[in-house]
Design a protein around this ligand. Sequence first.
Ligand code: SF4
Ligand code: SF4
Length: 433
Amino acid sequence: MQTNFTAAQLADPHVAESEKILRKCVHCGFCTATCPTYVTLGNELDSPRGRIYLIKDMLENGRPADKEIVTHIDRCLSCLACMTTCPSGVNYMHLVDHARAHIEKTYRRPLMNRLTRGVLAAVLPYPGRFRAALQLARLGRPFANVFDRVPALKPFAAMLRLAPASVPAASAMATPGSHAAKGTKLGRVAILTGCAQPVLEPGINEATVSLLTRLGIEVVVPKGEGCCGALVHHMGREEAALASARQNVDAWTREIDSGGLDAIVITASGCGTTIKDYGFMLRLDPAYAEKAARVSALAKDVTEYLATLDLPEPQRKPGLTVAYHSACSMQHGQKITRQPKDLLSRAGFVVKEPREGHLCCGSAGTYNIMQPEISARLRDRKVKNIEATGAALVATGNIGCITQIASAARLPVVHTVKLLDWAYGGDKPAGLE
Ligand code: SF4
Ligand code: SF4
């Protein structure tokens, strides 16, 4: 694609990066066929190619974002299916990240939209606040239908509906410290405890620690790590995202420099995509660029790490049929497609792949709160395809997808690592009785 940026515009490294990305796009439109919003809405401006044109126009003219571009960029799930499909290697992720940061700086959103985004950014990344908010949401649940009648309050209705009926107790596992390897020590990893996941489902990290330590891996919960920053990053709040990234880079660098780390194990693929991008996000910060690149290189989804180990024979072969839902951040963001399915098969599960596996389930961070109608259409489509497999349960590697699919599916939705932990001698996941 031809671009027309001035030399002065290209002096901004963010614009220069976006210009390189734009030049790779050859307008072929292959990406439209696999874009969930184009498939759902049928509007070119809600396709990757349409959004790329809108972003190009906004950046080239150096103008503030307007309502039209904000509408279409907000509808983008950042699922990155377009990056998997694109034959020209267009890095849509970095382009849309830049567009979102530009929107955040130049566009004043309506009051309720600002308020909702502000609440999400102030609550979700902090486990204590999030737990308190979920307790409150239980009380507010009966009012969801009332909120639904006012368009500006629909996100609050969606929040209330997504809140679980009960909130699990906090896990001691999230406390900084070290979980020793059982038997001969074969490795040492750090685990990202995360922010929303340990509140909604503390059993995921518990199963990870239980499985890895039994396999001879010491698991460290580093002091000072926090939210990966993905939530605010996708809102265009660049400084807040970079502050989270720096905090985590510092925490993991201390561990790398003291005991050494073979990997930074991540159990939520949404977080994994962002942490693997820390090297890019902090490339312009001389104090952090090298450390962040090192952290990104060590970041591994738990299934990606498990696939590098010499696993013993499983202690039990459950023989259950599992529909494997590959989160977008897993298959498109991190290009991890084979390992989770291979691990499940090896552990004795019969793995089925639902139709349209490339399409997002509509979770996408806070998308199911901010864009509840499109999100519900995608969720229902996903659940229909999952249920058509005839599987007894769903396995997936991202808490957002677990919450989203479980809100409509009639079968249990379990994190992949909990099934693997069970097969290799751990507890049976709750809900499979
Ligand atoms: S990230 Fe997903 S929703 Fe956004 S343009 Fe690409 S395919 Fe479409
Ligand atoms: S598939 Fe790639 S090159 Fe083709 S229009 Fe989409 S982003 Fe551009």
